[in-house]
Design a protein around this ligand. Structure first.
Ligand SMILES: Nc1ncnc2c1ncn2[C@@H]1O[C@H](COP(=O)(O)OP(=O)(O)OP(=O)(O)O)[C@@H](O)[C@H]1O
Length: 239
């Protein structure tokens, strides 16, 4: 599997420059953290890389395949799958059905449903309706469902939002295992800096639509520009 690259991405919403000349590469088997203050452009970049938002400038490439002209569905088929900040599950379907339905829609043989659910740390009764799950378990189910598409690359938009520190830590362990076992490339957009620092060897920092730092996580975290733009304002975590 080739690298996933966003190159020189620009996105404008009327007068708002959401992204300006942003480039980012994720290699197979790598976890990249994408951090920045609210409104920095993180979700917009995920939207562009997953085919949900057409950029004003730039391109998205999976190896030498251009993804920009593809629909979100086709981007997913090409191997780039995302989750959403707001969980979007089939509430009336059971936990197991949520995963199986997605695999079926894609015509994918799918991994064993139980294995996927276990991989994200969900256990217990998989015949419960998804709507009855706690918010954090719904987020885990959303990741399991994304994995049913057998992605080469997974773009996670704030997967630990609403989780306790312990749950976020468990999620981190699960994500690292997924990457190691399946060789998936992972982009992690997350405000929980404990989680980011524990799973991401490399960080990219956005500030008002521009990349202000990129590199090894410890170096980036210590960068005064990053502390001024973002980490100084983080109310919790190891920032
Ligand atoms: N559909 C849209 N129409 C107009 N402006 C938008 C739209 N989507 C995003 N924006 C603006 O683009 C900028 C980047 O937003 P984005 O949601 O990508 O930030 P973010 O880093 O994901 O923030 P958060 O951490 O709060 O999720 C913000 O100024 C936002 O208001």
């Amino acid at each position: 599997m080739n690298a996933l690259r966003a190159e020189d991405i620009g996105v404008r919403f009327g007068g708002v420059v959401a992204l300006h000349d942003v480039s980012l590469e994720i290699r197979p088997g790598e976890i990249v953290g994408l951090i920045g203050a609210n409104g920095a452009g993180k979700s917009t970049l995920i939207n562009v890389m997953s085919g949900f938002q057409r950029p004003t400038t730039g391109g998205v490439w999976l190896g030498d395949r251009a993804l920009l002209k593809l629909s979100p569905h086709m981007v997913a088929r090409a191997g780039v799958v995302r989750t959403f900040q707001g969980v979007r599950l089939f509430g009336e379907l059971t936990i197991a059905e949520n995963v199986a339905a997605v695999a079926a829609v894609m015509g994918s043989p799918g991994f064993a449903t139980k294995e996927l659910l276990a991989a994200v740390g969900l256990s217990g009764d998989f015949d419960r309706k998804a709507a009855t799950l706690s918010y954090s378990d719904q987020r885990k189910l959303a990741i399991a469902r994304a994995l049913a598409l057998e992605p080469g690359f997974l773009l996670l938009d704030e997967p630990a939002a609403g989780m306790s520190p312990q749950e976020a830590e468990q999620l981190g362990v699960a994500l690292k295992e997924l990457v190691e076992r399946r060789g998936i490339g992972l982009l992690l957009v997350e405000h929980n800096m404990d989680l980011v620092m524990s799973v991401c060897p490399r960080l990219v920092v956005l500030d008002v639509g521009r990349v202000i730092a990129t590199g090894p996580s410890a170096t980036v975290r210590a960068d005064p520009k990053v502390r001024a733009a973002y980490l100084g304002g983080v109310p919790h975590g190891t920032a």
